[in-house]
Design a protein around this ligand. Sequence first.
Ligand SMILES: Cc1cc2nc3c(=O)[nH]c(=O)nc-3n(C[C@H](O)[C@H](O)[C@H](O)COP(=O)(O)OP(=O)(O)OC[C@H]3O[C@@H](n4cnc5c(N)ncnc54)[C@H](O)[C@@H]3O)c2cc1C
Ligand code: FES
Length: 401
Amino acid sequence: MSADVSLGFERNHPLVEPVETPRDVSPGLDKLDQRDGGEPQVGSLGLDKLDQRGGGEPQVGSLGLDKLDQRKGLDQRKRADAARRAAAAQARAFAEADERALDGLVSVRPRSAVPRPQPVWDDAEVLVHEPVGERYRRLVLACDTIARTAQAGQFLMITVPPSGGDTILLPRPMAIHRRRPATPARPATAHGPATAATPGTVELIYGTVGRGTRALAAVPVGGNLQLTGPLGRGFEFPAATRTALLIGRGVGVCGVMGAAEDAAAAGIRTTMVLSGRNPQQLLGRTDCAELGVTVLEATDHDGSSDLAALKTRLLTEFDGTTPGRTPPDVVMVCGAGVLARLAAELGADWGVTVQASLEAHMACGLGYCHGCAAPVSTDPSVEGPLVCADGPVFDAVLPVV
Ligand SMILES: Cc1cc2nc3c(=O)[nH]c(=O)nc-3n(C[C@H](O)[C@H](O)[C@H](O)COP(=O)(O)OP(=O)(O)OC[C@H]3O[C@@H](n4cnc5c(N)ncnc54)[C@H](O)[C@@H]3O)c2cc1C
Ligand code: FES
């Protein structure tokens, strides 16, 4: 069931993923992973060594078993506290790095000639809800209207039903990872077991990071979710684009996958960087194979996500020495501020347009609450752009120094 949602305005203007755990490589990238909720890697904090140093074998006789148990409990609590503190400090460091990376970088994209679709409210049936790898979950929702109208890079606001006595008041924003509209040949009403490829659906992929996403994970197949969308200003290929480079980090891959769908439909030769903590957690390989997109994997595990290493690799990949290595006509990025800056540096080298999808905490997603200010400096007397209504996709150009 769908109903129009009036935005009540049309603004003139038009995402980077969160945190992981302490890492030795590519520090700026793990901000994405915070959001993805990785457990702190206690071993990497050196706490195991601390325990070894503190102790040798416990002297059971002299301490007594009760005392030994107490000490064990205390040690565990201390370790957990230290890990929490380290993870929080790392999260702050990554947030600051991302904020610095976006400083002066993004601006609202010029008004598009293509009108934005009218958002709808939809009570969508959950057709598939399953784990994807170690960290994520896939949701396939029956909502053909949104599948038909959503533009690449747009998002939905999902109202999460109460779970275990917890009421989630505000809806949560999620990127539309895949759009699979029904066609006359493949109607939405087709029977048979639902799969990710069922027509008349959209696919989302999310990490469980807090109350909202934990409650979302409890929604059963056959249940319903209230959606509002499609929302925001998405990615748009400049006229005459022949080649494109897409960059996604963690669930930020979902932010750019719609652009890969559009590129495939338009015959645009596309390469996508899939970045993540380790190869097991990379999203999007199957989608890219289906869409004919060339994949470059970049992980913290082997250091290939390190920003300098990635930049060198991409400059080499697109060094113009053969027709197949011509620099792309456009770069589109989602998942980390530091990656948006890297994309802007590449765009400056190649003289091409860069579009970056940003993320913000959102209460309404509709431009009403004014709580998602974009990091764009404006005249202080004028309200600045909003990520939900003027983005999430912005132009990214290196500031002139
Ligand atoms: C346009 C847009 C598209 C998004 N697409 C996806 C997606 O495809 N898949 C996905 O897993 N997530 C996506 N997100 C992020 C997702 O909305 C949040 O992870 C989710 O709202 C967290 O809700 P929660 O109640 O579980 O977490 P909370 O309890 O609210 O927070 C848990 C932790 O996550 C952080 N966090 C929460 N929301 C955000 C946010 N918006 N940005 C950065 N950090 C956040 C908090 O600071 C906190 O550290 C998107 C966000 C936006 C704005
Ligand atoms: S989330 Fe309410 S204005 Fe952007």
